[in-house]
Design a protein around this ligand. Structure first.
Ligand code: SD4
Length: 338
């Protein structure tokens, strides 16, 4: 493993972002450099403190809840679960939990996963009628010898654990689906198709990292389609010795490049979270001429509490709660031509 030294060449923003830090004493890793189309910019180190929680999109209520849990001295795993539950219970959010936009047949199907400091992982895929997919994922992790439960099996397991069945298709989402059916255009719309799918990463006061990801997936997807969000290494990966990463956007592209695992492995080799996110986006755009037509965004955090975020297009947000401040910011993005 190469050691890197960072000069933290600081220009602190209100919530602790250091932009433009210079990397010295390190060469670009030649393997990753070859496959990346991302312009080689100076590395960026985002310096912060712990505890911390960061999440994809504008999810202030969720990050505020997670922060509260962290402030109470509880584990990052509890913070992740309780933070994600806030958005899952928000019927107005149309990409997570209740109110999620359905598949093309009108069924709301949820994907979620959670990962703890021991590297344990639990997930549900294609689960219907239970809004707190993140909590069912945690139960899969803690109460079964398995890591993924799908569809009816996941639902039955949830009911056996006391989760309530309910109709997740709200009037607003039904209306949107009925409107969509008139044209049945099956193509992802950048930043609109699934706004607010949550990928959340947290470090607690003990320095332990956990992560979670919860979504109703791509709207109007084919029945049975599962995205990246509940798949270990793609939508989420946590290694408590190194850091964690999570994804949002067109899941198929994240799956094909195992993006979150890639980011954590790049951080293990010494890359900052920011640079690692850029490399993972580079892996996608470098292989895909069609990148102008879809969005993928990553966020990452390392053991020190430094964060990174990068997306293909403008319009992606990252919400950070640290030092009693809860803010959403737009990260830098690849396709500056827009
Ligand atoms: C999926 N990655 O199912 C999810 C959707 C998403 O922001 O994250 N949208 O492909």
């Amino acid at each position: 493993m190469k050691r890197r030294k960072f000069i933290q060449n600081t220009s602190l923003s209100s919530f602790g972002i250091v932009a433009g830090a210079t990397v010295i004493g390190c060469k670009e890793n030649s393997d990753t450099a070859k496959t990346s189309s991302v312009p080689k910019e100076k590395d960026t180190v985002v310096k912060t403190t712990i505890p911390i929680v960061i999440a994809t999109w504008n999810v202030h209520d969720s990050t505020a809840k997670a922060w509260k849990v962290l402030e109470q001295g509880k584990s990052s795993l509890d913070a992740i679960e309780q933070g994600c539950m806030v958005e899952e219970a928000n019927a107005e959010g149309q990409s997570v939990g209740i109110g999620g936009l359905p598949d093309r047949d009108g069924n709301v199907t949820l994907d979620a996963c959670i990962m703890n400091k021991e590297g344990n992982y639990g997930a549900v895929v294609y689960m219907q009628n239970i809004k707190h997919a993140i909590s069912v994922a945690r139960k899969v992790m803690e109460d079964t010898p398995h890591v993924i439960l799908a569809g009816k099996g996941a639902e039955q397991f949830a009911v056996s654990k006391g989760f309530k069945k309910e109709n997740l298709l709200t009037d607003a989402s039904k209306k949107a689906w009925e409107k969509w059916k008139k044209t049945s255009q099956y193509k992802p719309v950048i930043n609109i198709e699934n706004h607010d799918t949550i990928g959340m990463l947290a470090i607690d006061k003990n320095g332990d990292i956990s992560g979670g990801c919860t979504t109703s997936g791509l709207s109007y997807k084919m029945a049975g389609r599962v995205g990246d969000s509940p798949i270990i290494g793609s939508g989420l990966f946590v290694d408590n010795e190194v850091g964690a990463a999570t994804a949002t956007g067109l899941g198929e592209e994240v799956l094909k490049t195992v993006g979150s695992f890639l980011i954590v492995e790049l951080m293990r080799q010494g890359m900052s979270p920011q640079k690692a996110c850029e490399e993972a986006i580079g892996r996608i755009v470098g292989k895909n001429q069609n990148y102008e037509h879809f969005q993928v965004g990553y966020i990452a955090i390392n053991k020190k509490g430094e964060t990174g975020a990068y997306s293909i297009h403008d319009g992606f947000y990252v919400t950070t709660y640290v030092n009693d401040k809860n803010e959403s910011t737009k990260p830098v993005f690849f396709n500056k031509k827009g």
